[in-house]
Design a protein around this ligand. Structure first.
Ligand code: ATP
Ligand code: MG
Length: 362
């Protein structure tokens, strides 16, 4: 079986280092390998609205921002279908059918939904939880299954969503005695540090909604400021440095290569050597941040430069999105047709419906 890859991002802000190591770098690798029949990247605006209903302008503004980030990191519209979620009518329709296969209790057990409810302040009695928000794992199952995707490159916070999707696939295929829907698996980065990159403020996930991000498009001065703002344990320089929960080292772990050592820190060959020396004492956190700044600047410079070029090609980018969305509409409609057939609700496409009803009343 040839792979079908699907992944998505919410247009709630520009993309950041967490996206880069958690999912974007994997997408580039998969694109290079080329071992797929379809590779679909969806801008999940409908999902973004589930917790931004009062702010559609924010979602609208970020569609092109996210596209620019995609193109800037080297995702290629000749090899990938880019589409906009809310423009694909089969998705809410599939969601509606899948909603009957999942209990409300099951949705509330989803650990990512639980922590996001908390993070967004929906647990406050006054605010309450929007139905669309708790329901988003089901709508995500529709996104994935609509294209029969079997591979989904995502960060670790999405694993519970994929588990929910697999449960829906199994119930659907079992209840309707079909093999229409396909089970998917997550592709996580090889390096576990990248499963969930922490924020610059030390919180456990860099996230657009928390505002603790270094964005791919940040200018050099902003990057430097953000790196300098990372807090470190106060200590005398001769005292041993501590690696646990050390955000600067976590970032190094995610980004540094031996080449960076050659270029910016030739006293050490690689991260292991630097870690050993750091935990012995004698290396200040200022030195580490300076090195980290060089590493991140090196990583982001070509991305930022490419982004500036694409910023002059907005009409072409919109054309790419239109073309991709039209293709996604076609592909998902085919699945929807099969789903309705399996559920025996395709009344007008099924001759036996009329025949049996005539027979019944004769
Ligand atoms: P929001 O706060 O609006 O939910 P987000 O920063 O969580 O935004 P998403 O658009 O929800 O970003 O996530 C897109 C993809 O990036 C998902 O696959 C997610 O797992 C991955 N991702 C997001 N943040 C991180 C992170 N800090 N580390 C690793 N992967 C991440
Ligand atoms: Mg998110």
């Amino acid at each position: 079986m040839k792979n079908i890859i699907l992944t998505a991002d919410r247009p709630t802000g520009r993309l950041h280092l967490g996206h880069y190591v958690g999912s974007l770098r994997e997408r580039i690798r998969l694109q290079k390998e080329g071992n797929y029949e379809e590779f679909i990247i969806m801008i999940a605006d409908a999902q973004a609205l589930t917790d931004n209903a009062e702010n559609p302008q924010k979602v609208r503004e970020n569609i092109i921002e996210v596209m620019l980030d995609y193109l800037a990191i080297g995702l290629d519209p000749k090899k990938i279908t880019f589409c906009i979620q809310s423009m694909i009518p089969a998705l809410p329709e599939l969601t509606a059918y899948y909603m009957n296969l999942v209990t409300v209790q099951r949705l509330f057990r989803n650990p990512t939904v639980k922590s996001e409810i908390n993070q967004k302040g929906f647990d406050n009695e006054k605010t309450g939880i929007p139905v669309g928000f708790v329901n988003y794992p089901i709508s995500q199952a529709a996104d994935i299954t609509a294209f029969k995707a079997n591979i989904v490159p995502v960060g670790e916070d999405q694993e519970p969503m994929l588990e929910q999707t697999r449960e829906i696939v199994r119930s659907f295929n079992h209840i309707y005695k079909t093999d229409t829907l396909i089970e998917c698996k997550a592709i996580l980065p090889e390096n576990p540090t990248c499963y969930r990159l922490p924020g610059t403020n030390g919180s456990n996930k860099m996230s657009k909604s928390i505002g603790n991000c270094i964005y791919l498009a940040d200018e050099p001065e902003t990057i430097k400021k953000k790196i300098n703002s990372i807090s470190s344990m106060p200590r005398n320089i001769d005292e041993p440095g501590i690696l646990e929960n050390n955000i600067a080292f976590i970032y190094l772990e995610a980004f540094v290569t031996d080449e960076h050592f050659k270029k910016y820190y030739p006293e050490y060959k690689n991260l292991n050597e630097l870690k050993k020396a750091y935990t012995k004492g004698g290396i200040g956190d200022g030195t580490i941040k300076k090195f980290l700044n060089n590493v991140i600047q090196d990583t982001l410079k070509p991305i930022r430069e490419r982004r500036h070029i694409f910023e002059n090609q907005i009409p072409e980018i919109i054309k790419i999105l239109k073309k991709g969305t039209n293709k996604a509409i076609k592909l998902s409609n085919e699945t929807l047709k099969e789903v309705k057939k399996a559920m025996a609700i395709d009344y007008f496409n099924d001759d036996s419906f009329e025949k049996n009803q005539i027979k019944k009343y004769n």
